[in-house]
Design a protein around this ligand. Structure first.
Ligand SMILES: [Zn+2]
Length: 142
């Protein structure tokens, strides 16, 4: 059993009431963030209080799925057995058009084709019945 646990990929905590809605919205094909009900700030990561005005009030708001690669790295070696079948793969910091920066894999791409400034859009990867990870794939520029 222990070996099985070691080979599992780390996944978000769906028992966390503050952040779980992010992953559950993704399962519905929506990229959503907490929007402060007082000042409108998009909170990322999700938090109990707004870092701008300290209000606890917020609602989950869907935003555009699009953004651009701000920085990235190519994993040529698996640092966990759970990722051995994935290498090589690209992990990027994506500057969303909506404001927040998200870290996610760039999928369906040859790693050498990824560039800073590349336009991408969210690509959801289910990891539970009602939760998904947010990855990205390239957007055609034409
Ligand atoms: Zn606020």
């Amino acid at each position: 059993m222990a070996a099985q646990v070691e080979q599992m990929k780390p996944l978000p905590d769906l028992d966390d009431p503050v952040s779980a809605p992010f992953w559950r919205e993704a399962a519905q094909g929506r990229l959503s963030f907490q929007r402060c009900s007082v000042c409108g700030y998009l909170r990322w990561p999700a938090a109990s209080l707004c870092p701008e005005c300290w209000s606890p009030r917020a609602e989950w708001a869907p935003v555009s799925h699009d953004g651009e690669v701000w920085s990235f790295g190519v994993y040529e070696r698996a640092f966990s057995a759970a990722f051995e079948s994935d290498v090589p793969y690209v992990v990027a910091l994506v500057q969303l058009d909506a404001g927040p920066r998200l870290i996610g894999k760039i999928v369906d791409v040859v790693p050498a084709d990824v560039t800073v400034g590349m336009r991408v859009t969210a690509a959801f990867e289910s990891f539970a019945d009602d939760a998904a990870l947010v990855n990205f794939r390239g957007l055609r520029s034409d």
